[in-house]
Ligand binder design. Sequence first.
Ligand SMILES: Cc1ncc(COP(=O)(O)O)c(C=O)c1O
Length: 397
Amino acid sequence: MKKIYLDNAATTPLDSRVLEAMLPWLGENFGNASSVHSYGRDAKVLLEDARDTLAAFVGALPSEIYFTSGGTESNNFALKGISFNRLGFTPDGEELRKYHIISSAIEHSAVIDSLEYLKNRFGFELIYLQTDKSGRINLNELEEKINDDTFLVTVMHSNNELGVINDIRSISKITGGRKVHLHTDTVQSLGKVRLNMKELGCDTATFSAHKIYAPKGIGALYIKKGTNIDKYIHGGKQERDRRGGTENIAAIAGFKKAIEILKQEMQSDIEKYNKMRSKLTSLLNETLGDSVIINSPPGNETVNPDDTYLPNMLNISFRPEKIKRDPETILIKLDLSGIAVSSGSACTSGMIQPSHVLKAIGYDDKSAKSSLRISFGRFNTESDVEEFVRVLKELIN
Ligand SMILES: Cc1ncc(COP(=O)(O)O)c(C=O)c1O
C-alpha cells in the first residue's frame, strides 16, 4: 500500500539536504558552543551563522533571534516572560498595576494553556476576542477591549486548522500606539508567506523548524530590541543570558539549511501548494459535489505579505445527511487506506472532542467532528491529491 502524507501542518518530513547539513554536527563536530577551544568555537560559528540566516529571512536583527526547543517553548517564553516581568514592582519600587491580557479564541494550545496558567495561578485578567466565520479577529473589538491595564496582546499570525491569516500589521498599530506588547505565533506561516518582523510591528514572534522540513525540537523566538522580558529557562548564560541550556547545534544546523532552501525555493513551493490546492478543490467539487463543504476560500498565488490564507491548507467538512458513513468512520478508514490527514477533533482522555477553533468560528459539535484538514508539502504530487479524492469518494459512497 502506497502511503500518502497530507498532514504537513502537523509536521513535515526532513528534507534530505537538511539531514546532510546536520550530519557533521552529529558526528565529528560535537563541540559545545560555550567552550573556548576549537570544538566549541566551530559550534559557536555555526550557531551565529544560523542566527544571521534566520534573522535575515524574517527581517530581524541577529541579536533579536533566540533559539529555543520549538514553537511551544517560544510561546511559553514570550507569554510568561512578558507577564512575569509585569508582576511585582518596578526597579524604583513603584507597584505595577497592568494585568490585562487579550488573545483570540482560535490560538494554539501552547498559547491558550500558557494564558490560562497565568490567569489561574497569578490572577492575570484574560479575554479572548471572538473571530468572524473565517477565523479572523475584529479590529474594532480589539480597540474596544484594550484598556489602560492591558499590557499584552497575543494573536496568531496564521491558524493551524483553517489557514486563515490575521492582519498583524493593523493589530500592531493598535497595540504600538498604547505601548502594549504584541506577540504573534508565526509557526504555520514561516515558508508559506513572506514574513518581516519590522513590517509586522510585533514585539515577539514564534518560529518552529519542523514545519519547514527541518527536525523537531528546535525553534526560535524573535524578541524586538529593547523589550523587557524575564528569562524563562534558567541555567547557563546561553542565548545572551536569556535562555539557559546547551544549544542543540545539529538541529540548529538543520534549521539554518531549511531557511537557506526556503530562500531559494519558497516561491516554487508556494506555486506547488497552490496547484495542489486548486486541484483538490476542483476534484472535490466535481466528484463529491455537495457531500463536502470547503471551508477555506482560495489561497494566495505569490509570496505576498497581504495574503489572508495560507496556500498549503484546505479545511473541508462533510454534510452528514449526504454521506452514507459517519464522518469519524471515514477518518479512520482513510488512515487504514494509508492516507494521513488531520481531523477537526482531538482525542482527549479517551473522548473525541471537537476542535475549539472550529467551534469558535461557529461549528456545532457534529460538524466540527466531521471536518478534515488537508495540508500539502514540498514532497507531495498532484497524483497524491487524485488518490486522496478517489479513496475519499469510495469511502463516502
Ligand atoms: C500554530 C502553532 N503554534 C505552535 C505550535 C507548537 O510548535 P512545536 O511543535 O514546535 O512545539 C504548533 C505546532 O503544531 C502550531 O501549529
